[in-house]
Ligand binder design. Structure first.
Ligand code: ATP
Length: 576
């Protein structure tokens, strides 16, 4: 049962146990509200039997006090079991989502974008927080307690009980039958919301380009359309829910009328007495009010299914696993008949075989879209391949735990990600336990000193969101400093100096040549100068290795490589 609850509501084991406790607490709370009704019924009986004397007054005073204490204790227990436990579970859920996202292969992120994931971690979690603190325990609580009360009523008088409770299955049936419709509306509303969030995020991120091309107005018109769509979807969802909930609630109100009517008839016929009639009227006035709330809760629980299934999609996604034991001998990277495609299904690599040897620089070259970046990412198991094997020092990387494997790699990406923190801390990302002296040494090797010391607080200067206060070359050098600090045996390098000025380029090139000494280096080379200094060149074209060899060999015997070298010579002589 616990496992079923976990799966059904995207809960941790403790969360499922707490949910059961919360439901029981709500049952107890609803039942505790019936005690004053019983006391009142007894009081009416006493009054009709001739009044209440001294000892009975004490009995009723004690009864009132006992009811108050009982309600207080049970409510306190209910509060702890529902609200507090739910907020703890909410924290656990967000952490497990984040943990799962860390282990999921990058292919998953091709299907989901940032806005969608943020919506799951923040929006869906917040919705479930409210659902599990306010709705689910109260719903189950009132369902169970109402059933218990209904069974008790049957013992008092079957006809009166039926007159009071016939509305319950009808009201619930209406809400349950509407579940699919409500879910449909809610799915559409969530999709419209995610589309809107994506639009807003994209708009903020691309503001610079929109301004540069006077495209703000056009873009904002599209965004306004998304806002309207989201608003419309939410109104329709609310109206749909309200329609069914109001209908069910109206049915419940009929219960009071049928109880009163049946009671009057039975009273006239002499089948029941006044106290029993009175007790039924008291009970129906109590059992319907938590049920009205429960019906609204049921609607909310139904619509939260969309949020739960979005969350389960992340939690159930297979993660990359593997052994933490490393059996490699050396650090040669070997691609053996590798075939690969992204989520789109289009084959990107058909049959790629080459070896990047330890202590050598292997340059990946080829036409744009030929698969150079893909190959370098596959070498670090960012994705799992569909055919062939990739080994490091003879060890199949698909069998190695991804985090353990990454300890072998320093990666210098073209797009450097920096954090809104100091230069010092941004470099320390390379190795979190590095001392300040080690960070500074790495920074010096990567030529960061030149710009860091110009800033007001030196290495302790904040660099803004994603390093927005730094130039492209400075960002790149921080990335290289991280790699120095990590000092991993394999370097994956996306040579990204093409867009930099000569001074920056020289600084970065000199830092890189220090970094790659005696390591296995796989470099995505964009310029022939880098390639000519490489030990080996692998030309990737149309998903296969078209040519490979030393730069000299390829210049003599290749076709694509000499052609690319020729083109670059021409482009270097171009003038504006
Ligand atoms: N995450 C992704 N999802 C789907 N397709 C992708 C993804 N990344 C790259 N591709 C596709 O894979 C092919 C190879 O891309 P890749 O970036 O590896 O080429 P490249 O040789 O590095 O190109 P460039 O020199 O222009 O950077 C391209 O057709 C590209 O559209």
């Amino acid at each position: 049962m616990i496992q079923k609850l976990q799966r059904r509501f995207a809960l941790s084991r403790q969360g499922a146990i707490d949910l059961i406790k919360g439901c029981l607490a709500c049952v107890l709370q609803d039942l505790s509200f019936m005690f004053p009704v019983g006391l009142l019924y007894q009081f009416v009986l006493d009054m009709m039997a001739g009044g209440v004397n001294g000892s009975r007054i004490l009995f009723y005073l004690a009864g009132c006090a006992a009811c108050l204490v009982l309600i207080f204790v049970v409510t306190w227990f209910q509060y702890n079991a529902t609200y507090l436990a739910t907020y703890v579970e909410s924290g656990v859920r967000r952490i497990s989502l984040a943990e799962q996202l860390r282990k999921i292969p990058l292919s998953f992120f091709g299907k989901k974008d940032l806005a969608d994931l943020t919506n799951s971690i923040m929006g869906d979690c917040a919705t479930l927080e409210t659902t599990f603190s306010h709705y689910v325990p109260a719903l189950f609580g009132s369902l169970i307690s109402t059933t218990l009360v209904a069974v008790c009523l049957l013992f008092f008088n079957v006809k009166m009980a039926l007159a009071a409770i016939w509305v319950l299955p009808v009201a619930f049936a209406i809400t349950l039958f509407s579940a699919r419709i409500q879910e449909y509306f809610n799915r559409k509303a969530v999709a419209a919301n995610v589309a809107l969030e994506k639009g807003v995020q994209e708009c903020i991120e691309s503001m610079q380009d929109l301004k540069a091309y006077n495209a703000e107005h056009r873009y904002l018109t599209g965004l306004y359309r998304k806002i309207d769509e989201s608003e419309k979807r939410h109104i329709v969802t609310e109206l749909g829910t309200a329609l069914f909930v109001v209908s069910s609630t109206l049915i419940l109100k009929f219960g009071i009328a049928t109880t009163a009517l049946t009671g009057s008839v039975l009273l006239i016929r002499g089948e029941i007495d006044i106290p029993l009639f009175f007790m039924f009227l008291l009970v129906v006035s109590r059992i319907y009010s938590p049920l009205e709330g429960a019906l609204q809760n049921l609607a909310a629980v139904i619509s939260s299914r969309t949020n739960i299934s979005r969350m389960n999609e992340i939690l159930d996604h297979p993660v990359q696993t593997g052994s933490k034991d490393l059996t490699n001998k050396g650090y040669d990277i070997r691609f053996d008949h590798v075939g690969f495609s992204y989520n789109t299904g289009e084959t990107i690599l058909k049959d790629v075989s080459f070896t990047a040897k330890q202590g050598e620089v292997t340059a990946l070259v080829g036409p744009s879209g030929g698969g150079k970046t893909t190959v370098s990412r596959l070498a670090a198991r960012f994705w799992d391949i569909q055919r062939g094997t990739i080994t490091v020092g003879g060890m199949d990387i698909s069998k190695v735990d991804p985090e353990t494997l990454l300890s072998f790699y320093s990666i210098v990406f073209q797009d450097v990600t920096l954090f809104n923190n100091t230069i010092m801390e941004n470099i320390r990302i390379g190795r979190k336990d590095a001392t300040d002296a080690e960070v500074l040494a790495a920074a010096r090797l990567a030529n960061c000193e030149e710009f860091a010391l110009r800033l007001p607080d030196g290495y302790n200067s904040m660099i803004g969101e994603n390093g927005c206060e730094l130039s492209g070359g400075e960002r790149q050098r921080i990335s290289i400093a991280r790699a120095f600090l990590k000092d991993a045996p394999i370097i994956l390098l996306d040579e990204a100096t093409a867009s930099l000025d000569v001074e920056n380029e020289t600084l970065i090139q000199s830092a890189l040549s220090r970094l790659i000494k005696e390591k296995t280096v796989l470099v995505i080379a964009h310029r022939m100068r880098t390639v000519s200094g490489a030990d080996k060149v692998v030309v990737l074209s149309e998903g296969t290795v078209a040519e490979q060899g030393t730069p000299k060999e390829l210049l003599q015997s290749g076709t694509i490589y000499p052609h690319m070298a020729g083109l670059q010579d021409i482009s270097q002589s171009w003038k504006l």
